[in-house]
Design a protein around this ligand. Structure first.
Ligand SMILES: Cc1cc2nc3c(=O)[nH]c(=O)nc-3n(C[C@H](O)[C@H](O)[C@H](O)COP(=O)(O)O)c2cc1C
Length: 178
C-alpha cells in the first residue's frame, strides 16, 4: 500500500500527528504549504491532517484538488483541535468544519477522524493571542457552569497545554490499512 500523509499546521501539533502517522504507514509526509502535491497518481491512501481555528479548518484546497482528480485513492481527513472532540460542543464545531471543508464531489469518499492537539500559549502569534483572549471569556463561563473540559482548558491558559498522543492515531491507521 502506498500512502501519502499531508498536513497544515501553525504551532506543530498537526505536524507531529502527521509525522507519527507517516512513520506508522511508511509514508511520505508533506507540508501542504511548502510542497502541495501535483497529483495522487499511484497513491492508494491520501491523508490530510489539519487544525481547527475559530470553528473552521485551515484551507485544504491543496489536498482537495488532487483528491477530486484521483477517484481510486482512499481519502482520509483528520482534524486537530483544542477542545475535547468527544464533547457535544466541540463535536458540533467539528461536524460543521468538516462539512464546509469537504467538496460535494468528495462527501461520500472522505472519512474524517478527530484528534486533540494543544494550545501553545507562550508562542501564540499576536492575532491568535487576541482571539484566544475573547474565546477564553466564554470558556471561563462554561467552566463556572461546571463544564470539566472547559475547566481543564482554563487551567492551561498561559501554558503549553498539549494532548497530542500517538496512540490516538490507532483508528486512523486501522482504517488506512483496511
Ligand atoms: C486563535 C485560535 C483559535 C482556535 N479555535 C479553536 C476552535 O474553534 N475549536 C477548537 O476546538 N480548537 C481551537 N483552537 C485550538 C487549535 O485547534 C489547537 O491549538 C490545535 O492543536 C492547533 O494545531 P496546530 O498546532 O497544528 O496549528 C484554536 C486555537 C487558537 C490559537
Amino acid at each position: 500500500m502506498i500512502a501519502l500523509v499531508t498536513y497544515r499546521s501553525r504551532y506543530g501539533h498537526s505536524r507531529r500527528y502527521a509525522q507519527w502517522l507517516a512513520e506508522s504507514l511508511s509514508a511520505q509526509c508533506v507540508d501542504l504549504d511548502e510542497s502541495p502535491p501535483a497529483s495522487f497518481d499511484g497513491v492508494d491512501v491520501a491523508v490530510v491532517i489539519a487544525p481547527i481555528y475559530a470553528g473552521s479548518l485551515l484551507d485544504l484546497d491543496a489536498f482537495m484538488k488532487p483528491a477530486i482528480a484521483a477517484p481510486a485513492t482512499k481519502l482520509i481527513g483528520v482534524t486537530v483541535c483544542g477542545g475535547n472532540p468527544e464533547s457535544a460542543d466541540t463535536k458540533k464545531i467539528l461536524d460543521g468544519a468538516t462539512a464546509a471543508a469537504t467538496p460535494t464531489e468528495l462527501s461520500n469518499r472522505m472519512r474524517w477522524f478527530h484528534l486533540r492537539g494543544g494550545i501553545d500559549y507562550p508562542n501564540l502569534h499576536f492575532a491568535d493571542r487576541t482571539i484566544m483572549k475573547f474565546a477564553n471569556q466564554r470558556i471561563k463561563q462554561q467552566a463556572r457552569g461546571g463544564d470539566a473540559d472547559a475547566a481543564e482548558q482554563v487551567a492551561g491558559i498561559g501554558k503549553h497545554l498539549d494532548h497530542s498522543n500517538p496512540d490516538a492515531l490507532a483508528p486512523v491507521i486501522a482504517y488506512a490499512r483496511s
